[in-house]
Design a protein around this ligand. Structure first.
Ligand code: DMJ
Length: 643
């Protein structure tokens, strides 16, 4: 007697006895008949249960409304005729659904479910008349159909939405020959970084410029996702490196695949990949970038399936399983990670008309708003299971930085209509000024870190971005303190410049102290490295845009020369391990953010202000420019894709 075979039925597999057709024909027929009867009985019971559940369980759509009071959703398509109302720059739907339409809709749904169930019952009856082989073949055909449909859906162009007028994407040529020459030098550096990556690391995430091969870290998972290509695209575009841009586009079109069994950082993938793809889409109008961004975003969504809706730090792109970094306080998620999704997710909702992305980030915001903050400060750690803060550590550098940046930029990106975000930013900055910002004995303004009730007088290279943030947020600040914040930005820029100037290589260390006679200098060996980071140059650029003080171009040029002298190797650009050593060793990594940010900010610093003007563009934390969203200022023909 052969082993019991399996009979597939509606997702479940029941054992079917095979007693040998020739020996016991009568028994076999009897058994199959009673088997069918039992199956039919189970089916009818199941269907009755479904009807019961549908009619008698409470209406879940009503519960949803109480979730966080977030029934308003962002719908980008301009169709105010359908009862939506416009709020600020965004079109808002969902409020005041009239009861009558709601009941009609429920009735229609009920009828549909009833008809579907009857149809399913009929089909099941039919199926039972068929042989197992026939059933299996049918299932396979169905499966293939679904796969085909999914493939079609994935590559289908999304419906066109009105795009913001894309101001200043091909401008910026300076008239001054000296400035032009400097700008050309920066473009040449970009070409050197790209060409070497192209030659030795193509398709890998990053480049090892000395070993001349690909490089990756765990933030990108274990797949070759071409992080450098995606991160560099918009820099190539604004520099006019169009052949290189097209090469990158082709690679993305043919090779960038997110159905990989790979665990990635949600934050890094969002800022580098989604941000990079969206910026490339807006600049070039090429549909492929939008489609890839939306596909990838779909893969990140399972990270939000936590008891609180605060996402995990990492997610497996294939299985959707998420988890947090082992080192983060008591299984916490990180403020700068779950708090740096807003800009990209709002744009995803805008471009797709699907509120899911917007709802995820607004849920995070609402949750944070409701929480108590020690001294008004946001701790860096939040447990996604309990919704409680982890260790009380606050920083405007690593672990905290871009959360504050995104509050301000959410407001700017909404054409200053998202006043809730602006208020959160103002409150946070006031607390930071009160508890974290100090002047050193030598008169340098620095931003320290708050650790369990005491101030650590140390500032990270990452924290230097805050100079630019203060300047960017000056206009529109509470009590009209614009002058104060511009001044604060200038002081931070000065301190960070000092951190560069006090080294041998004229490149800034990873962290520097203001303690025991030490000012703006790294003390520990493991804080003396420079890994091609952008933050100091980012601040020079913002300060330049707001003040046009020539010292910012001068400082930017010092940094350009130092990078070219000490980080350039024949196979690209590398970080250095000790900025105080006259014979530095290389770390042999060309970071993708060097192409996305450092070189872009330098190029912008030596361009005219009409290249990506700040009234029309907001840069994400990886320097990917996203347009300000204001429906009054949009056009379907503004994008090359629709011309
Ligand atoms: C970049 O990936 C982003 O700027 C991020 O916000 C912080 N760190 C790096 C660059 O230093």
């Amino acid at each position: 007697m052969s082993a019991p075979a399996l009979l597939p039925l509606a997702g479940r597999r029941l054992p079917a006895l095979n007693l040998g057709a020739s020996s016991f024909p009568h028994h076999r027929a009897t058994l199959r008949l009673s088997e069918k009867f039992i199956l039919l009985l189970i089916l009818s019971a199941f269907i009755t249960l479904c009807f019961g559940a549908f009619f008698f369980l409470p209406d879940s759509s009503k519960h949803k409304r109480f979730d966080l009071g977030l029934e308003d959703v962002l719908i980008p398509h301009v169709d105010t005729s359908k009862g939506g109302k416009q709020l600020g720059g965004f079109l808002i739907h969902g409020q005041g659904h009239d009861e009558h339409r709601h009941r009609e809709e429920e009735e229609r749904l009920r009828n549909k479910i009833r008809a579907d169930h009857e149809k399913a019952l009929e089909e099941a009856k039919e199926k039972l008349k068929k042989s197992r082989d026939e059933i299996q073949a049918e299932i396979q055909t169905e499966k293939n159909k679904v796969v085909q449909e999914l493939k079609k859906k994935d590559s289908k162009p999304l419906p066109p939405v009105p795009l913001p007028n894309l101001v200043g994407i091909n401008s910026g040529e300076p008239a001054d020959p000296d400035i032009r020459e400097k700008r050309n030098k920066i473009k040449e550096m970009m070409k050197h970084a790209w060409d070497n990556y192209r030659q030795y690391g193509w398709g890998h995430n990053e480049l090892k410029p000395i070993a001349r091969k690909g490089h990756s870290t765990n933030i990108f998972g274990n797949s070759q996702m071409g992080a450098t290509i995606v991160d560099a695209l918009d820099t190539l575009y604004i520099m006019g490196l169009h052949d290189e841009f097209r090469e990158g586009q082709e690679w993305i079109d043919k090779n960038l695949d997110f159905s990989v069994n790979s665990e990635v950082s949600v934050f890094e993938v969002n800022i580098r990949f989604i941000g990079g793809l969206l910026a490339a889409y807006y600049l070039s109008g090429q549909e492929v970038f939008k489609i890839k961004a939306v596909q990838l975003a779909g893969k990140l969504l399972p990270a939000f399936n936590t008891p609180t809706g605060i996402p995990w730090a990492m997610v497996n792109l294939k299985s959707g399983v998420g988890r947090n970094w082992g080192w983060a306080s008591a299984g916490s998620s990180i403020l700068a990670e779950f708090g740096t999704l807003h800009m990209e997710f709002v744009h995803l909702s805008y471009l797709t008309g699907d509120p899911v992305y917007y709802n995820k980030v607004m849920h995070i915001r609402k949750l944070l708003q409701k929480m108590d903050r020690p001294n008004g400060l946001y701790p860096n750690y939040l447990n996604p299971r309990t919704g409680r803060w982890g260790q009380h550590h606050t920083s405007v550098g690593g672990l905290g930085d871009s959360f504050y940046e995104y509050l301000l930029k959410a407001w700017l990106m909404s054409d200053k209509t998202d006043t809730e975000a602006r208020k959160m930013y103002d409150d946070a900055i006031e607390a930071i000024e009160k508890h974290l910002i100090r002047k050193s004995n030598g008169g340098l303004t620095f931003i320290g870190e708050w650790k369990n009730g005491h101030l650590e007088r140390k500032m990270g290279h990452l924290t230097c971005f805050a100079g630019g943030m203060f300047a960017l947020g000056a206009d529109g600040s509470r009590d009209d303190k614009a002058g104060h914040y511009l001044q604060l930005g200038a002081e931070i820029a000065h301190t960070c410049h000092e951190s560069y100037d006090r080294t041998t290589l004229k490149l800034g260390p990873e962290a520097f102290k203001f303690d025991g006679g030490v000012e703006a200098v790294a003390v520990r060996q493991n804080e003396k490295y420079y890994i091609l980071r952008p933050e100091v140059i980012e601040t020079y650029w913002y300060m330049w845009r707001f003040t046009h003080d020539p010292k910012y171009r001068q400082w930017g040029w010092e940094a350009t020369q130092a990078i070219d002298k000490y980080c350039r190797v024949s196979g690209g650009f590398s970080g250095v391990k000790d900025v105080y050593s006259s014979s530095p060793t290389y770390d042999d990594v060309q970071q993708s953010f060097f192409l996305a940010e450092t070189l872009k900010y330098l190029y912008l610093l030596f361009s005219n202000d009409d290249l990506l003007p700040l009234d029309n563009w907001v840069f994400n934390t990886e320097a990917h420019p996203l347009p300000v969203l204001h429906l009054a200022n949009t056009t379907l023909s503004g994008n090359p894709a629709y011309r």
